[in-house]
Write a new protein. Sequence first.
Length: 278
Amino acid sequence: MSSSCATCPSNRPGGCSSEDKQSCAKPLAMEASDVKKVIAVMSGKGGVGKSTVTALLAVGLAREGFRVGILDADVTGPSIPKMFGSQGKRLDFNALGMMPAETGGGIKMVSMNLLLQKESDPVVWRGAMIAGVVKQFWEEVVWGDLDYLLVDLPPGTGDVPLTVMQSLPVAGVVVVTSPQELVQMIVKKAIKMANLVKIPVVGLVENFSYGICPDCGKEIPLFGTGKSQDIAKETGVPLLGKIPLDPSLAGQADQGKLEQFEADYIKFLVKSFRDSKI
């Protein structure tokens, strides 16, 4: 008997009834899917480029031949579809469940914006309902065979991040920060949350780390020198990489052409992520 059966309230001498077994069965979508690793990407606060880091990590992993999906758990502020030029697409349904959209590079994705009539329509829901939808994105989507499913979490440490960490088999968390000292303080909250639910923190990514002078190529710390390296030493969490404030990156994302964007820091980010052995 499995440990889950031993603690099931329906367990009884002689085994479960057929009705009990049916209620415990996995959804058909989950039976048809094999996701090797679920990685959550989170931040202590909004505006640090968490979705961009999620998208870059997905693109970099896909370029190395891995099968990648993105679960956009930022239900009230989804931005993943636009970066990949998938706005206007709609999710299909079949007998197994919900079918994810797929980018030109083969990245699978599910986002609330792919279910709305208009992408500008607001989602005015309470936290519990939003958390329920995110759980459905995991259980009722036919992800198929994936090496990595990246979950783009909303900012903070509230309902949705907690639901994801407790309901999904999250193998690790990537925490996104920026150089401002206020953000550096808040990022420790995200790390402590992951520690509380006993999920390994893969590493930190410092976004908006510097600007690049268009004339001389010098790196300019536009928001001051970040303390991410200090936090990494203090918490024992590795710094996976630093991403600059790059106008060309923003331009490609706005045009839905992120998969066509090339930069050395994407390769470095993916290498550091892979070296973490999560």
